[in-house]
Design a protein around this ligand. Structure first.
Ligand SMILES: [Zn+2]
Length: 328
């Protein structure tokens, strides 16, 4: 039998159902709203607008531009990035024209500079080696003619007490080629100014004087070969050129190797290049007929070659034979 439902219970049930449905709808709506908000604040770094405003614009306006992640918005609202010191992007490859090869400067292998370079020496002075002050005279290079004599002579006070340059023959003075006279006066005056005694022992010697000295040396018992290393053979002596001078201590005229110990020689040796002179027969280039100069060590024999050559020769330890070899 079918049980009848009373009208009161039916109305009550309908009202309850309607009330439940309304409640359920409102609850669900609030839950969705709360969830979206929470997600936005914690995790959403998206670029879309929520609830009608642009998030990136919001972040930028509130000093949080670094959180804005939209490339579009960043480009629109952030300052341009500072220029970095980065390699510029490689330009499109364009063909680089090959430069014409620069021709190597032509170096004459026989030039003085090339010869000096081959010996590890700096370029020598640009000079005319045939000029008078570079005249090389030794056993292999005799004077031409053998009785050569300077055209103009000068006669100098031997102790440097007088500085005048006389041109009239005077056996009581030191004779030299007139062209070196002033340099030699200045050289000896420099030595005297340093407080050192100086003596012009021997300058120009004629061919006949040289012959006399050589014969005397042979007469003392030396063989000709040995005598040539002590007194140059006539016609091969530098003294015959008048371009050199034996300079000693006034109080110690003996010419032997011990002269090198005197203060006078040491001053002369140290300063000779300033006046255009060199120690012509240095110890390491001389000593025997087989040595480069072929003459004994003579720490008294100074040769004029001019300041430029004297400095180059001395700084590079070249004797006149080696120096002229660079040019010939
Ligand atoms: Zn000498």
């Amino acid at each position: 039998m079918k049980k009848k439902i009373s009208p009161k219970r039916l109305i009550g049930g309908v009202l309850f159902t309607v009330a439940f449905v309304i409640f359920a709808y409102v609850s669900c709506s609030v839950a969705v709203h709360s969830s979206d908000t929470r997600n936005y604040e914690i995790t959403d770094h998206g670029k879309n607008s929520l609830y009608g405003y642009d998030r990136d614009r919001y972040l930028i306006n509130h000093g949080r531009a670094d959180e804005a992640s939209s490339a579009k918005v960043s480009a629109a609202y952030t300052e341009p990035a500072a220029v970095q010191d980065e390699e510029p992007a490689p330009a499109a490859e364009t063909p680089v024209p090959t430069p014409e090869p620069t021709p190597e400067p032509t170096v004459d292998p026989n030039s003085p500079a090339a010869r000096a370079a081959a010996l590890g020496l700096p370029a020598p002075p640009e000079i005319d080696i045939t000029e008078w002050q570079y005249l090389l005279v030794n056993a292999a290079h005799p004077l031409e003619p053998v009785d050569y004599a300077p055209q103009e002579m000068a006669y100098l006070n031997m102790t440097g007490d007088e500085t005048d340059i006389q041109t009239a023959h005077n056996d009581y003075r030191c004779a030299v080629d007139l062209r070196i006279a002033q340099a030699l006066v200045d050289f000896t005056q420099g030595c005297k100014a340093a407080g050192l005694p100086v003596y012009l022992s021997s300058g120009y010697r004629s061919y006949s004087e040289q012959q006399y000295l050589f014969n005397r040396k042979v007469g003392q018992g030396y063989s000709e070969e040995v005598a040539k290393t002590i007194v140059a053979y006539p016609g091969t002596s530098e003294h015959q050129t008048g371009l050199c001078c034996d300079i000693t201590d006034y109080y110690r005229e003996t010419k032997d190797s011990s002269l090198a110990q005197t203060a006078t020689y040491q001053w002369l040796c140290e300063h000779c290049t300033e006046y255009g002179f060199v120690v012509r027969y240095p110890e390491d280039k001389s000593g025997s007929a087989d040595s480069i100069t072929g003459i004994i060590y003579e720490p008294w024999h100074f040769r004029y070659v001019g300041v430029e050559a004297a400095k180059y020769m001395t700084e590079n330890n070249l004797c006149l034979e080696e120096f002229t070899e660079l040019y010939i």
